[in-house]
Design a protein. Sequence first.
Length: 566
Amino acid sequence: MADDDVRAGGPLPKGWSWRDRAKGTIPEGVLLDPAAEPIDGLEVFPTVYVPSRLLVSGGPDGKLLGGGFDTVVKAAEQFGWSAKRELLDGTPLDGDEVPRSEVPGTPVVVRVRLEATPHDDRTGAVSPGMPDAWRVLQQIRRDVLFDEKGNDLSKGDREARARLLKDAGADRIGLDHVLTVDPIGINPFAKTNPYARTNPYAKTNPYAKTNPYAKTNPVSEYGDSGSGGRQPVSWIGPDLPRTRLTDGTRRRAVVAVLDTGAGDHWWLDGVVNREVTLDGRPVGLHDDANPEYYPDLYGPLDGELDPVAGHGTFIAGIIRQAAPEADILAIRVADALGVVEETNLLQVLRDLVVLVQRHRDGVHGGQAIDVLNMSLGYYHETPEDGLYTHDLYDLLTQLRALGTVVVVSAGNDAIDRPTFPASLWRWPGSDNGLPDDDYAKHLSVGALNPNGTTALFSNVGPWVRRYARGASVVSILPAFTGGIQASARDDEYDRQRLTIGPEDYRGGFAVWSGTSFAAPLVAGRVAARLHTRPLQAEPVADAVKDAAAAVDAVLSGPEVKLGAAD
């Protein structure tokens, strides 16, 4: 889109209607009730998941996949539901067909779709209702952990329970979680329905707000304009020129960003690749619901920008500042609500493993990725070894084994509950059962205030490896203009005179806050240390060694503060 003025509430994707807007505001997932389907001794925490799907994984040869599927079928039938296998993109699988990756060690992952048995008018059978993946998953665990008389085979021992689940392959069956790309604010699944909000025009004048210290939640201050929330700002610094590479044997360091994509901005011209493909197939989302080009797709018709509009562009701008010489891959995994289905994330990561392996081997169709930035996450319901599948961890580990540094934001909920994938490393005192390794680092990043203190919104804990500035950060946004206009206008002397429009980003720059923006600062610093890399095949050992040196240099610098002890 080449328009200089991208208005919220303006032109929408071709054929877009109220139906699309309404569908988009329906949450993809449901909130898990920890009290539902309890199992003695198993502590469960809230999460969000797709109720009609489970994920089943196996080894690269698929040997464990068939048994895992049969286990799901057996458990689902106890509720009167059926199960069908499909690829991560929803393509049905017939018979014993199993998708395999060309990269050795890549886990096989398929979706299992649960379906309700239709009502039978002839027999009077009652439909058992809508399927619930959580109920099926807990039934699978009961079938493994208890005998026919209800005796606990693990005798309440946690290690024995994990071993029983692993031996039965039940540790390879899990929920299809919903992740979020979320700036400052409560997880959207904990909010009331957006249509249940009070009318925005009934808000008090922003200048008439009560003292911020009288608010019930001081963390919410970071979401307000003037206190770190998204707002226009003027950039008076220099442009960020890039030197021309004259050596035909070298390339620029590459940072892949899995987020909302990247919109148009002159800083990104010739820097960002938005069309990453594998064998001619696009990697990531490429539908019309793109929050980097259409900033007001969902919510009321009030002209207000969607909460995540420009999120990926802003991240790309931070990397651009931290590593002016680096190239950026903008891969969209989130919709305009900031929602990411775990299924889609796993598929993108599988594709990236293939692309990086091909590059390392010098095979046609490869793509170098030196640093991977993911400003997204979710909270797992049972984040203990033996009670969560390792698909996400395994794929990230494969990338790290190939020399790709993984950088993940810690989250903005001001809590110490570990998030996935940020906490998927062997942090001090962890009970996640993950091993140490000598691959490229997995860096979880919390946020600092401008003065270097830890931002109140930032998640914290021993699983947060480092902290970097992430509050009131300056970066770029597409030329969005929203419905919240300047509060006053008085034209004199043939000049348009008015106050700052809170949602007028035609200047191209903004201030925003979140661990979402601390992570790309670290990712960019690592890429800057890597500088240029071999253009063609690159030995994995060299890539891992150079990645380690770059990370060590960044983590020992003044801009990144210590988190957990390494």
